[in-house]
Structures are given as C-alpha cells and as structure tokens.
Design a protein. Sequence first.
Lengths: 446, 446
Amino acid sequence: MSATPGRVDTLIHPRWVVPVIPHGVVLEHYSVAVSGGRISALLPRADAGGIEADEVLELPGSALMPGLVNCHGHAGMALLRGYADDEPLMPWLENHIWPAEGAHVSEEFVGDGAELAIAEMIRSGTTTFSDMYFFPNVVAALCQRLGMRVQLTFPIFDFPTAWGQNADDYISKGLALRDDYKHSDLVNVVFGPHAPYTVCQENLAKIATLAAELDAPVHIHLHETTGEVLAAVEEHGERPLDSLYRLGLLGPRTQCVHMTDLGDQDIALLAQTGASVVHCPQSNMKLASGTCPVSALLARGVNVALGTDSAASNNELNLFSEMQTAALLAKVANLDATSLPAAETLAMATINGARAMGLDDDIGSIETGKVADIIAVDLSGPETQPVYNPLSQLVYVVNGSQVTHSWIAGEMVLRDRELTRIDLTDLSARAATWQQRITATRDAAQ
Amino acid sequence: MSATPGRVDTLIHPRWVVPVIPHGVVLEHYSVAVSGGRISALLPRADAGGIEADEVLELPGSALMPGLVNCHGHAGMALLRGYADDEPLMPWLENHIWPAEGAHVSEEFVGDGAELAIAEMIRSGTTTFSDMYFFPNVVAALCQRLGMRVQLTFPIFDFPTAWGQNADDYISKGLALRDDYKHSDLVNVVFGPHAPYTVCQENLAKIATLAAELDAPVHIHLHETTGEVLAAVEEHGERPLDSLYRLGLLGPRTQCVHMTDLGDQDIALLAQTGASVVHCPQSNMKLASGTCPVSALLARGVNVALGTDSAASNNELNLFSEMQTAALLAKVANLDATSLPAAETLAMATINGARAMGLDDDIGSIETGKVADIIAVDLSGPETQPVYNPLSQLVYVVNGSQVTHSWIAGEMVLRDRELTRIDLTDLSARAATWQQRITATRDAAQ
C-alpha cells in the first residue's frame, strides 16, 4: 500500500490492523511504520522485513487501530465524577453541579480535572477529545505539555462565569487563545456557544459571522431534551435547529451535540446543511434526556460522531464503553438488530469524529500519510477470546482496559498500560484533595 | 456487628465495605474476617486489632462487596463469542448458532467454553453463575474443580439434542446429576425447561410436579420477544406466562428469563406468585428483542435479578457492564433519571440473584455468618477517582478490570488479577484451536 521507506522511528507488528478506511476492513499480519509523527507505511508484514526502525514492537495478540475521537466533553468536571447521580438534568445541574462549580471552579480545578480526564481517556484509547469548559487556556497548555490532541471549544454565554463577563468578553478571550495556538499541531481552538438557551440570537448571529470568516468549527449543545425544544418554540416560535439555520449557524463546520429530539424535518435540515451530530448515548440515558435517532441520521447521510459528555453525567470518559452502548441502544430503539453494526459504530468513534472537527485529512484512520494517532488493543485475554472478527471484539467486548499502547502524532503516550507523561500517584492525591474540599463545602452548606 | 472471634483464616482491611444488606449502606474503614469458608466478622477496623489471621490483606484503595450473581447464561457458548453479530434472534440462531452447535457441541466443546466463561466471569467479579447448556455434567465437574459456584439448570427439550433424546431422557439425566451433587457446596442442579415453545405443556406440567416435590428451582426463557408471545397466543389462546401459571409452574422457585413483553396483568401475576424475573439487558438490546420493564416490576415487589445471557449474544459475561447498562436503560426507557438508582442496581446483581436461586441465606451480601463469596474492587485508578460514593463508581464506572481479588466459599480464586486455578495460556490456546475448527467448518459449508 506504500513504497517501502528507509529507516523509520517506529515499526509495529500487530496481529490485525483495523484501518477504519476502507470501511469494515481487517488486515491480518500487516505492519505499520511511523516516521516524523506520521504513518509512513502500512504493508504486509512479509514485505516489512527490510525496514529499519529505532523501535520495533511485536504485538502478536493485538489489533492496531486509529485512536478514538471523543467529540464532546467537559474535562475539568472529572473532579465531579459521581458527585450526584440518578437525578434529571435540571435538578442535577441546579442543586448539585452548579453550586459545586460556583464554589470551586478555578484554574487549578480545571487543570487537575482535565489531567484526570486525559489520564482516563488515554488509558481507554482516546487520542483526540473535544472540550468545552471554563479556563480553556489551562487545558490548552496542559494538552501541549502532555502531548494530547484537543479541540478546545471556548465557552460563550450571555452571562458572567468564572472565565468571562459576557459574550463579547468570551469571544475576545477565545479568539486570543485561538491566536496563541494557531501554530500548534495538537491544540485546535474553536467556537463553543454553550446552547441556544444560554446565548441570545444576536450573539449566535455574531458567532456565525466570525466562524465563517475564520472557517472555524462551532460546537453547541442542541436539542438535548424535549423540554428545551418546547421552551424554545414557546419563546421564539421555532425549534432551536431552525433558529440556528436562520442565523446562518448551521453548516459543515457545525457540531450539534445531543440531538435527542429530532423530527424528519430536522434530519432533512441537517443533511441539507452538512452539519454534524455528536451522539452522547450514556449521558442522554443517565439523565433520561432521550435518544438520538442515529440510524435515521446515518441513513440520510448525516455525519454522526460519538462523545462521552462529562464524567459528572456519564460517569466515565471511555469511548469503548460508549461504542457498545451506542450500538446496543440503536438496536433496541429501532427494534432492529441490524441497526448500527460494529463497523459503522467504530467509524462513528474515529473517522466521523475527525470529520466533525474538520481534521479528517489528518486523523481518524490508519492510512499512509496521516498523522500517527494510533492505539494497540490486546485481544489475547479470556474476555476477548476467541476472535472470529476483531471488529466484534472492539465494539461489543473491549472496555478500554485492553488498550496497551497509544501514540499521538507518533509520540508514545501509553506504553504497556503506563502513561508516559502523567504521574498517577501525584494526580490521584490531587483528586482526593479536591474530593475532600468539595465535600466539606457541601456539608458546611447543609 | 459481631463478637470478635479468635484466629481466622483471612482478615481483609479495605477502604470501604459495601455489604448490600442493609440496602444502600457504605461502611468506611471496616474489616472483614473469613473463617471456615464463612464471614466470621464484619467490624470497624479500629476494633479488629486483636484478630489474628493466617493471611492479612491491606486493600487501602478498594471496596469489598459480595461477589456478583449472574442469573442467566450458556457458558459453553463462550467459544462462539462474536461468531455472528448484528442479526435478529431467529436468523442469528438458525443461520449461525444452531449450525455451529450442531457441528461442534461435545463434552470437550462445553468444557473448554465453560472454562473460558468462568475465567472471564471471575475476572469481572462474578462468583455465582446460572448455566443452561448441553452436558451439564461436564460443567458440574469443572465448577467443582475450579471452586466456582454454579446453579446448573439441566436443559429440557421435547426433541433430541447432543445431550438427550426427549423430555423424559433430559429429566432423568438431570435428576441423576442432581443426585450426584446433592452434597456439593458449590453445585446446585435445578430444572431448565428451555422455553414454552420448545417444551410442550404436558412436559411443563410434569416438571411443575417434580420441582414442587423436590422444592427445586425452575429456570425458563420466557417472553423474550413479542413474536414469541403472539405465536403462543395464536397456538394456545393464552400468553406463555398464563400457561405457566395454569400448569402450576409459576411460584417463588421460578426464574423467568428475559420478560421483555409484559403487560400490567403479567406484572400482577408475577407479584402474586412470587416468581423472579431475570433481566438480561445487553442481550435483549443486541438481539433487538425488547426491554424488560424493570422499574414497574420492582415497584410491584417482584424480585428482579440480572444475567448476561451467553457470550454469543452479548458478547461479554461481565455483570459490572451489565449493571451499567441496566441502570442507563431503565432511565431512558422511563424517561426518568431517578429510575433504577445505583444501590438498587447493585442489589439486582447480588442479593436479588441469590434470592431468585433460593440461595439468599448463604450468599448475595456481606453479613456475618454468610458464605464468604466476596470480591475486592480497586477504586484507586484515574477512571474511578475521585470517590464521593463508592456505589456510584461500582455501577457507573467499574468495568470489571478493577476486580483484584475474589473469594468463593472463602477460597481465593483471584489474587491481584491472577486466576489461582486456571492456566490462561493453555485455555487461550484451546479457544484459538476451537476458533480455527469452527471457522474451517463454516468455510467448507459455504
């Protein structure tokens, strides 16, 4: 599949390669070479004998695949994992999450939370994540330091929060951050208007203009619940998706997150405009928000990616678990076992996420010339035996703990399950300290 | 909670004990003592200083809880994990599973498949499983050898299979097996009529009489799909559950597996008769069979337990993953985030399973005097930090890979993630050989 190169940085010999492109293909006894941060060769192992490499890895029981792309989350909230469960969206936010955030969110909180989130994501196979939270500057610096790829969606609200005063302030801070990282290979700063019910239409129109000028993605919570849609119809006389369309905010750069309440006309509008949908099944189930009609969207050609949402509403940041849930949920929701088969689910968690972020020329599949964002998944344990088809194992069995190695831009960030750039002992101690502080504040208020 | 005993076999000092009974309780800095296969003390660590033990385990980041009870499966089918996916129940059975079984099921197949299943189950926290498959004699001997607790439901059909000729033959073999193991502490042999559509009403009535005489549990696939219920109404003029009731087969010893198609009158009948329901959410979702109305059943006081079904239709035998799916599915199915909270889900996977099997005097909770079926779950990893409430982590985050230790009847079967009685290298080689044989047969037939 490529001319044999000269000496390379890394040469990997797995049992299987799951390249994602071409769709549904599994290559057995193929090898992957990495050079200068990119995939320099994908070829039969029998033809790889002449390649010299600084490091050679034999992974005889593993599948090599593109790193997973987590298209929606709030990394800093990892410190609120399990803080409140089994409550609907609004009471959960108003009685638990917002008070805790109000008391504690700071640069330090966001940095520690995001590092905890990144540790979990790398250990479960994610190599790119989208983030929307306060102090994105802290997360940008952190990702640069840890070698993690991120789409940083700077948050925009109409009202003050810990990070800004009003929409103009958020936008100006966000664009300055975008400018700071314009030469970064890892950090991509994009617009993150929180939702149509927290950003007024005038500001949404302003964001539409700016995003078009900069050709920058826009990431927004949309149609998360039927209640949200009904309230918008009451207030504006139209569904939120229609408002976005009218305001010029719906196009191929738009990432619509959640989308549980969708009619045929909504799906047609998404297909027509080329907007992407980010499906977050575990969060939508846990908060009882509803079910995104993934199969209907895919049937109309809409690009559907996958996200975990935050650890406060999931409670994990594990795209392998999310893939399993997405596939099972689609089947039972449609009462059709052929819905969302394994290969399609795997595409959602990789190339579709890359496409939503506009990064599909670089990531989302194992192809010669692409950036080397790659993971190795060990299928030799009893849980994943026997292997008739590795795609089945990857979607229906693997839970993240089988991810042994991970490379981001060719740099190894996970080696034999060990994080190469994060000190877990120190990180756990910081997480425990936050738990004590946050619990103490809550107890004092009661 | 108990008088301090003298010298004990094992003394465990975890960070938390989740006893399941009392409901929802978490004990911090408690210790558990095990003697003669039973829990001899559960007491504050501060009071455990005087206890001498042959082995003392310090588990400062772990939660100790009762081993999980997997109430439905077909262990031997682990060799068909991922053999065919993304197909509805009947084509999946008729075109894939039954032909493969017809060609390969033997004592050797069942033994190797069940050992693979047991390895996976122990590593993911299960200490008791229910099994319904051919050659239960092989599984009985295997469980005795491996120290695994099993409810062995000997299969009954009207027609011949690899293990028997007709209902009388199955019953006579099954009762002989029950007799062989009547003194076993680990193996409990009970009736397993496959389903109302594979066992005629005359034979079901016979089983009802025998089960009542022996006070033995009856385990049966029931209302797995709406199609099954409609076909029964067509043939018998009544719903399968009503047939069972009329035939005297519905009572506190009955375990009704699947139950996706249930009306109010069905739920009332289950509540009235004291029958248990075994919920298998992942299998029901994957085969698009439907959704068991768990919350409505629990609200009426029906005992609902949890099962994985086989690795061929799930594709994992992991009750932690099943708990997460059960909780999330109930919330979105009811559009109510308060449905199936963490503590209730944990009860389903432990004490409710024990109750369904009639074993709740011995297992399903950590209480002084009960049999020591116990697991330790390490919550110190980044995925499970911070810990506000261990119940939340156990249901919404833990995926089985955090189970470090497991004791069955006080015997350690998992130590620091290593199986003490199973040679995984040898087992994996056998699984791979079966995969090659089964694939070769399939390819030859095509």
